[in-house]
Write a protein that binds this ligand. Structure first.
Ligand code: N2P
Length: 602
């Protein structure tokens, strides 16, 4: 009795999340909290989403290539071990299987390092190579187990009767071990199609696979569309693995192939639904930009005008951007570094000089944002957005008006505080509260700031630089450190939200468009930069994202509500309290270390 109950609970524990996911994929309501009736709409929507389709296509290309290479290699290897006795056989066999137990994150890091040092550009090739590397061992184990009982004398008999080695292989050996090879192939396919960790390291641009696409969509909120895609992926992998199991059990090829065919058909079905014309060989501009920094409609305008495709990848911190570029071969054509990161990238020769003659719309920019210390003469960068870091709070929940960073350390708000997941901004707040500059480099002072942040941690509900404004809107937190544009949007949704720049001062940021030194589409990149500086486009970008526009020709085109929004364009006296973050050189390492201590400490 007890045992039955325990097993029930265990199964529920294992499968409840999946059941919820599948159920929600059929939920008419967008909100996961309420059931709005049955619908297949989310499946239709997912099947007509070009980003999902192209990532699925990429995943299928990778999985097929990986399957062929890994199965052939694993079969050859397994046969070799089966046939020949040689010294160190046990050791060598062990070495092949180690990747099945090695931590995936280690495999991922080492592949990335290897590719970077070999100068390989990240893309399809690197994904396929890595997938082969980690699936090969699984395939080897499966084939080897199955051919253990394979009788060598059959091959000898065939040879004796005059068959050459090739004929013997195809007429005798292969048919005998085929079930094992099929089982291995299906396993490899299933492993490859849903891999995230390794792929995220070695993907580069233009080769986004389905799992990467799903994750990047989740970052901007879980939509039922994702539930639908995940359900399809889940069903397809389950069918493939079931087929692999049947092959391994030695069921007839027909029985075993059936679920496999169903699984593959499921993965192919979106293309049938979407009809022809989704594939294309257009030119692609690879844009790496902050999340919440450009609207799809703006991208669509550029694509239509130039007949190109813009592939957008998102990040949420300068450190993530720098890491990606420093790893090399990222393949982006345009990036959007903040002030101090422009300085770092120039020093490391990771940017290429801009051709000002291809950027006539630069004349629309407010000269106050040009020729700044991080890039004199704007040789490498042009301002795209500027903005502020501040605190937004819900005045129905936070009684006293907030005017200081100390509010984020106030025990009354325990569990209701959100901080940016950003070393420079979090330390910036702590340093300002101590009356010091957020560009301080004194180790003693920084350690004190770390202790402040550790103390604050008991009150912090979340560190979040992605959708901090949503967390505030949902009521999960009452006060949040964050960037002005997303807060300005949230304030339009909830008039009880207030945005303040603390009296101790805060960050002014200027985020810039720049072209990495290894960018391939130099000309198109310039066209894009110039496009964003057209008055109408700059106005659209500012109106939709609510970060502050450095484009003075766009200001008259902005709706009054945006022009007068104090969170978007702060008054002069507030501006005086702001300063830019600067590149701190060697001290950056110290910030990294202390920030890790804050995040991992208690
Ligand atoms: C957009 C973040 C604003 C950029 N999500 C801060 N430099």
């Amino acid at each position: 009795m007890l045992l039955t109950a325990l097993s029930l609970v265990t199964y529920l524990f294992l499968y409840a999340p999946i059941i919820v996911l599948v159920a929600l994929s059929f939920n008419r309501s967008r909100l996961s909290a309420s059931w709005g009736g049955f619908t297949l709409d989310w499946y239709a929507k997912a099947a007509s989403n070009p980003a999902i389709l192209s990532s699925l296509r990429n995943s299928l290309i990778v999985a097929f290539a990986t399957t062929v290479i890994a199965s052939v290699a694993a079969t050859a290897g397994a046969l070799a071990f089966h046939r020949h006795r040689f010294r160190q056989r046990g050791l060598l066999e062990g070495l092949i299987t180690i990747p099945t137990v090695a931590p995936e994150i280690v495999l991922a890091t080492s592949m990335l390092l290897l590719f970077a040092s070999a100068g390989l550009r990240l893309g399809f090739l690197t994904i396929i190579l890595s997938h082969v590397a980690f699936t090969l061992s699984y395939a080897f184990v499966v084939v080897k187990a199955r051919i253990a009982g394979f009788d060598h004398s059959l091959e000898e008999a065939a040879m004796d009767l005059g068959a050459g080695p090739v004929t013997t292989f195809f007429k005798v050996t292969l048919p005998a071990i085929l079930p094992a090879v099929m089982a291995a192939a299906l396993l490899v396919f299933a492993l490859s199609i849903d891999d995230y960790v390794v792929t995220s390291f070695v993907a580069g641009v233009g080769a986004t696979t389905l799992p990467l696409q799903i994750y990047s969509m989740v970052k901007s909120g879980i939509s039922p569309e994702i539930n639908a895609v995940s359900t399809v992926l889940l069903a397809a992998t389950a069918l493939l693995l079931f087929a692999a199991f049947l092959f391994e059990q030695g069921r007839s090829a027909r029985t075993a192939a059936l679920p496999a065919l169903f699984g593959l058909a499921l993965l192919g079905s979106p293309f049938v639904l979407a009809g022809p014309g989704t594939a294309g060989s257009q030119k692609v501009l690879n844009l790496y930009i902050w999340s919440n920094y450009i609207a799809p409609e703006t991208i669509a305008k550029f694509e239509a005008r130039h007949g190109v495709k813009v592939q957008v990848d998102l990040y949420d911190s300068n450190e993530a951007l720098l890491a990606k570029l420093q790893a090399g071969n990222a393949g982006y054509d345009i990036i959007v570094p903040s002030d101090y990161s422009v300085q770092v990238l120039i020093a490391q020769h990771l940017l290429q000089p801009l051709d000002h003659s291809a950027l006539p719309n630069m004349r629309n920019l407010d000269p106050g944002f040009l020729d700044r210390s991080y890039d004199h003469g704007n040789r490498y960068s042009v301002p795209y957005f500027w903005g502020t870091t501040g605190i937004a709070y819900d005045r129905t929940k936070v009684a006293a008006p907030v005017d200081s960073w100390s509010a984020l350390w106030d025990p009354r708000y325990a569990g209701r505080v959100l901080m940016l997941d950003d070393a420079r901004e979090a330390f910036g707040a702590a340093l300002k509260l101590r009356g010091r500059s957020h560009n301080s480099t004194d180790p003693r002072l920084l350690e004190a700031a770390r202790d402040d942040l550790l103390r604050q941690k008991a009150l912090v509900r979340a560190y979040n630089s992605t959708n901090f404004e949503d967390v505030l809107l949902s009521g999960d937190v009452w006060l949040a450190q964050g960037w002005n544009g997303q807060f300005a949007k949230a304030m339009d949704e909830n008039p009880n939200l207030v945005y303040v720049i603390p009296k101790e001062g805060s960050t002014l940021f200027i985020d810039n468009l720049a072209i990495p030194s290894d960018a391939r589409n130099r000309e198109l990149a310039h066209a894009f930069i110039d496009f964003t500086m057209e008055p109408e486009i700059a106005a659209e970008i500012c109106r939709t994202m609510k970060y502050s526009s450095p484009n003075q020709a766009a200001w008259p085109l902005l709706p009054e509500a945006v022009r007068k929004h104090t969170a978007v364009f702060p008054p002069k006296e507030v501006l005086q309290r702001l300063e830019l973050l600067e590149d701190l050189g060697d001290t950056t390492v110290l910030y990294d270390r202390l920030w890790t201590e804050v995040k991992s400490g208690r």
